[in-house]
Design a protein around this ligand. Structure first.
Ligand code: URP
Ligand code: ZN
Ligand code: ZN
Ligand code: ZN
Length: 469
């Protein structure tokens, strides 16, 4: 009698709360049963995990893909290629961004922006499930802005199921005033929407950028110099103050600064609902990687690693790992935002056009990483003992992002009857077959480089099971 489509035998299931040996029966893309020693004859197909760990598929809640509004510029990955890249590295759910179309007006304006993005993303085959956040680009500074926004966000939630918005405290043209932030926080609290904050003080960045340019300090490396860690610390503190004022829970994205970590930790200790995300690039790469990338001597190559917040000094990493382990960070995402090196080169061309040498201010910010996130952190986090357990790895890479963005326990868990059969079977820990030297080809993205080229990791998902809904 065949009951299951697929049976996984001889594995150790690892969730955010337990590790134990068991077999898994899968039917119709769902986890059907977990039990000791399920007989192979009950299943159409059997995979032998050979003593390897089985975790939920990764949930990457911060990914940028090409979309109609192109707020992030000419990113090269589409939803199709980003999901392909995700699955290649063990991520089976991505949450990307739709941008607000500021030309649309009326109560359905935000829903229409999201609709356009969904249509755009579904033009090609996708490799795994996805969700969308909304980027707020403009909030009218009118008396009633908070109520107008509340209505729009409520209908967005009802019509599209979009339950999170991101806003920026930096970037020319996108930087929100404190007044607008209060309006956003009022509206997100009323509509029950999660508020994602990009916290950097845009005025300091602007001042520093101009000052560095005046001194002729314009290479990619100075992008990082223009945004020291206190730039993030100040904005994080301010956003926490505004969130207390509005009684609105907030989530800080791509946190990289010790001052920001401290502010978040302090707020959490006071019982304020503050969540935080960090990314592998801040845990593994460093500011020196924007000077000259892994031994080449093309001075502009550091542009590949230009992102905001910027990569930090090596000393910062310990603080970030600790914050992951002690629960200050709720989730780890990639902030995948891929530009061809030729697009990064815009910084160079643009400046050449003006008869000067390259300026960091024109380099598009962001780097690819959706593929490498899971294996990098399995290696640098768990295997190198920067985090204390594999359960913590699962918690911040799979379970918490699913909970935070409303797709748990369908995603981020291995629960019979509830969870999709999105599963990773890793190599047994000592198995040399898992050893992998990262190169760009194996990222399966559309980008022409990976910031992690040449790094070696001691495990890689041997099987990635992704069942699309
Ligand atoms: O440099 C970055 N992080 N680019 C992507 C846009 C953003 O702010 O997340
Ligand atoms: Zn951001
Ligand atoms: Zn170089
Ligand atoms: Zn981002």
């Amino acid at each position: 009698m065949v009951i299951y489509d697929l049976l996984i035998k001889n594995g150790f299931i690892c969730t955010s709360s337990d590790i134990y040996p068991a077999d898994i029966g899968i039917s119709n893309g769902k986890i059907a049963v977990i039990a000791a020693n399920i007989d192979s004859e009950f299943s159409k197909e059997v995979i032998d995990a050979e003593g390897g760990v089985i975790t939920p598929g990764g949930v990457d809640a911060h990914v940028h893909v090409d979309e109609p509004l192109k707020l992030m510029g000419d990113v090269i990955d589409t939803m199709g290629t980003a999901t392909r890249s995700a699955v290649a590295g063990g991520t089976t759910t991505v949450i990307a961004f739709a941008s607000q179309d500021v030309n649309l007006k009326g109560p359905k304006a935000l829903s229409e922006s999201v609709n356009k993005t969904i249509e755009f993303c579904q033009k090609e085959p996708l490799y795994c499930d996805y969700g969308l956040h909304l980027i707020l680009a403009l909030v009218e500074e009118t008396d009633n802005a908070c109520n107008v926004l509340d209505k729009q966000l409520s209908s967005l939630y009802k019509d599209q199921g979009v339950s999170s918005v991101k806003f920026f405290m930096t970037y020319p043209g996108l930087q929100m005033s404190d007044y607008s932030i209060l309006n956003i926080m009022y509206a997100t609290r009323k509509s029950g929407i999660t508020t994602m904050v990009h916290a950097e003080n845009g005025d300091i960045v602007r001042w520093m950028t101009e000052s560095l340019e005046n001194q002729g300090l314009i290479e990619p490396y100075y992008h990082g110099v223009s945004r020291p860690t206190i730039v993030e610390g100040e904005a994080t503190n301010r956003a926490i103050t505004l969130s207390i004022m509005m009684n609105t829970p907030v989530l800080f994205v791509h946190v990289s600064s010790p001052e920001a970590v401290e502010a978040i930790r302090r707020a959490q200790t006071m019982g304020i609902k503050v969540f935080a995300e960090t990314c592998p690039q801040y845990l593994i790469l460093s500011q020196a990687d924007t000077k000259c990338h892994y031994g080449h001597n093309n001075w502009f190559e550091g542009a590949k690693n230009v992102c905001s917040p910027p990569l930090r000094e090596d000393q910062t990493k310990e603080c970030l790992w600790r914050a992951m382990d002690n629960g200050t960070f709720t989730i780890v995402s990639s902030d995948h935002c891929s530009y061809l090196y030729s697009s990064k080169y815009r910084g160079k061309h643009n400046a050449f056009d003006q008869g000067k040498s390259g300026k960091f201010r024109y380099i598009p910010n962001g780097m690819p990483g959706v593929c490498a996130r899971m294996p990098l952190d399995f290696h640098y986090g768990y295997l190198k003992e920067n985090i204390s357990s594999l359960m913590k790895f699962v918690e911040v890479h799979c379970t918490n992002p699913a909970k935070l963005y409303g797709c748990y326990p369908q995603k981020g868990a291995i629960l019979p009857g509830s969870s999709d059969a999105d599963l990773l079977i890793w190599y047994p820990i000592e198995d040399k077959r898992g050893h992998t030297k990262i190169n760009n080809r194996m990222m399966y993205h559309s980008c022409d480089y990976t910031p992690y080229e040449g790094l070696e990791v001691k495990n890689w998902p041997r099987y990635t099971l992704s069942w699309k809904c």
